[in-house]
Design a protein around this ligand. Structure first.
Ligand code: IFM
Length: 453
């Protein structure tokens, strides 16, 4: 059974599981859903490892009631999901009430099972008709309109709302490395996108607040430590630049600070997209911050011209180290290191760990999935959390990624992050060993004291 600190029992600490719209819902046109940039990206040959798409995914759009029962059976009282912008607006940006109805049904079901929703407004599935995507400043204003619609129509049922999930991925994987939608490869563009995403966050918070004052509002980031590959000054400088991109790029504006000069310099002439007054908009007071943690990065000095523009080159993890199925280093200490680092640098509001988990592709055998890698991963990261809490970090909750095996973006269905196995042929859900461990913990610790070893 998982072991947790007394300060982490469900009566004192929030336990939840997380998903996102594009990864589980299925992306048919039913309910008036319009295409998103991820539909377009999946349609381009060579973009997705197994040439799959989100068309059916976990068919959660139809099976949401079964999935909510599953969440409740596992003992979770909190569920983090995202709302698909492309279900909420038409191509002329008018409200699509049928799309809204889906989330009303989902919220009804959660309420009936005593599960508190924790919603994210944007988890990468940008409607395709927003011309120019995140390179267009107008997209930030359209996001604010969308946030306002959600506040008006669902806001009374959403106690906690994050504007964006991991804007680093949207900006840098989407516009610089080109491995995520829309698949562009241009450094200046990525920085433009990052700026517009932060502007969207700020405008979205303002728009929401104009409708509702009591919702707890925040943002979900995936800050990371970037360690230098060697102690050489060149590698150390490269690692510093990689961290700037990952952390300073987002956290500085959120707390009213300018980008470091290194990032500004990489904007080149595009720096003019940062208009007077933007910083004040980005730095809206935050009620919480969501942090997603999986691994760390190792960076070294650039080699090719494109790396030189970026200032660093990521080094693949050492294969002799413990890696998850997707090839990410298992580095639990990074969770403490990154939170301590962030707390020392920025005045963070209360923290929720909004995602943590592992790709573990252990198959089902005789109806059982012994996902021991994931079980160990979760335990070692929960141990770090216990230490952080003991030392006084203000962390209020932990959400495991993910409830279900799902569409893992450019990896398609080749990587399984779920604590519940999904058979994508039959859509049968089977809780894995990790899910049963969490279930035992949540049921047991509701009634008994649990002590940390
Ligand atoms: O699946 C993703 C999720 O959408 C965002 N955070 C990281 C997860 C694993 O890659």
């Amino acid at each position: 059974m998982l072991k947790i600190a007394p300060s982490m029992t469900p009566d004192r600490f929030e336990w939840g599981c997380a998903t996102s719209s594009f990864q589980i819902e299925g992306t048919g046109e039913e309910g008036g859903r319009v295409p998103s940039i991820w539909d377009d990206f999946c349609a381009q040959p060579g973009r997705i490892k197994d040439a799959s798409s989100g068309l059916i995914a976990c068919d959660h759009f139809h099976r949401y009631a079964e999935d909510v029962r599953l969440i409740a059976d596992l003992g979770f009282k909190h569920y983090r999901f995202s709302i698909a912008w492309s279900r909420i607006v038409s191509t002329s940006n008018q409200l699509n009430t049928h799309g809204l109805d889906f989330y009303k049904r989902l919220l009804d079901e959660l309420e009936q099972h005593g599960i508190t929703p924790n919603a994210t407004l944007f988890h990468w599935d940008l409607p395709s008709h927003l011309e120019g995507g995140w390179l267009n400043r107008e997209t930030a204003y359209r996001f604010a309109d969308y946030a306002q619609l959600i506040a008006q129509h669902l806001g009374d049922r959403l106690p906690r709302v994050a504007t964006l999930n991991e804007p680093w991925c949207s900006a840098f994987l989407g516009y610089d490395l080109g491995v995520f939608a829309p698949g562009a490869q241009n450094r200046e563009s990525a920085l433009c996108a990052a700026h517009h995403l932060l502007l969207a966050h700020g405008l979205g918070v303002q728009a929401w607040r104009s409708e509702r004052e009591n919702t707890a509002l925040g943002i979900v980031l995936n800050p990371e430590l970037c360690d230098p590959a060697t102690p050489s000054p060149q590698d150390k400088y490269a690692a510093m630049l990689a961290e700037c991109e990952r952390n300073e790029c987002f956290l500085n504006p959120l707390f009213g600070r300018e980008w470091p000069v290194e990032l500004k310099a990489q904007m080149g002439t595009q720096i003019q997209i940062c208009k007077e007054g933007d910083l004040e908009i980005c730095a809206q007071p935050l009620d919480f911050i969501g942090l997603n943690y999986y691994t760390r990065s190792i960076a070294k000095a650039p080699e090719s011209d494109s790396d030189k523009t970026r200032g660093y080159l990521f080094v693949a993890p050492d294969p002799t180290k413990d890696l998850t199925s997707i090839g990410w280093e298992i580095y639990p200490e990074g969770l403490s290191r990154v939170i301590n680092h962030l707390n020392a640098k920025w005045p963070l509001p209360p923290i929720w760990i909004t995602e943590n988990g592992a790709a573990d592709n252990t198959p089902l055998e005789d109806g059982i999935c012994h996902d021991d890698l994931r079980c160990n991963y979760l335990q070692t990261h929960l141990d770090q959390l216990a230490n952080l809490l003991e030392k006084g970090a203000d962390i209020r909750g932990y959400y495991v990624w993910s409830l279900l095996d799902n569409f893992e973006w450019a990896q398609g269905y080749s990587q399984r992050f779920g604590i519940v196995h999904v058979d994508f042929q039959t859509q049968k859900r089977t809780p894995k060993k990790s899910a049963l461990m969490i279930q035992a913990l949540l049921h047991h610790s509701t009634n008994h004291d649990v002590s940390h070893p």
